[in-house]
Design a protein. Structure first.
Length: 170
C-alpha cells in the first residue's frame, strides 16, 4: 500500500515507473502468499481465493495492470473491491448452486437408469409370461381337440354297443 501511495503522490514520470514496479512486486508477493496460505487442496479448500482490496482506487490500479491480473489469475487469486465483492460472492454462490443441481441431476439419472433396468427386466418377464400363456393356450386347444375326438369315439362306441344290444335282442 505504501508504494501505491507514493505512486499516487508523485508527478515525476521516472518515480512513477519505479513506484509502479515496486507496487506490482508487492502485490505479486501478496498474491503468492494468499495462494500458498488459502488454496490447499489437501485440506479440501476451494481451488481459488479472493484478494480483498479495500480501496476502489487501488483496485482500479491493480485491474489496469495486465501482467499483474494475469499473474493473479494463474495463481487462482482474484482481486475484488468493495464494489465487486458482492458480485464475486454471488457468482461463487451460483457456481455452488450449479454444482448442487449437477449433483442432483446425476442422482436423478442414476435413479432413471435403475428404473430403466427394472423396466427391461419386467418387459423380459412379461414376454416370457406371454410365451407361456400362448403355449398353455395352444396346449389347451390341442388337448381340447383330442378330448372332443375321444368323446366322439366314445359316443360312437356307445351307439355301437346300443345297436349291438338291439341285434342281440336284449
Amino acid at each position: 500500500m505504501e508504494n501505491f501511495q507514493k505512486l499516487s503522490r508523485t508527478t515525476n514520470v521516472t518515480e512513477q515507473v519505479g513506484f509502479r514496479h515496486a507496487f506490482v512486486r508487492d502485490l505479486k508477493s501478496h498474491v503468492t502468499t494468499i495462494s500458498q496460505k488459502y488454496i490447499l487442496p489437501e485440506e479440501n479448500t476451494l481451488d481459488f481465493a479472493l484478494m480483498y482490496i479495500p480501496s476502489e482506487s487501488v483496485f482500479y490500479e491493480v485491474a489496469s495492470i495486465d501482467s499483474l491480473m494475469d499473474f493473479a489469475r494463474q495463481s487462482r487469486v482474484y482481486p475484488v473491491s468493495p464494489n465487486t465483492l458482492y458480485a464475486a460472492l454471488q457468482t461463487i454462490l451460483l457456481s455452488f448452486e450449479g454444482r448442487k443441481i449437477e449433483s442432483q441431476a446425476k442422482e436423478v439419472f442414476k435413479l432413471l437408469r435403475g428404473i430403466q433396468n427394472d423396466f427391461n427386466k419386467t418387459t423380459n418377464s412379461l414376454t416370457t409370461l406371454g410365451s407361456h400363456l400362448t403355449n398353455a393356450y395352444n396346449k389347451f386347444s390341442e388337448v381340447n381337440s383330442h378330448f372332443n375326438t375321444l368323446s366322439q369315439k366314445l359316443s360312437s362306441t356307445h351307439e355301437l354297443t346300443h345297436d349291438d344290444k338291439k341285434l342281440l335282442g336284449n
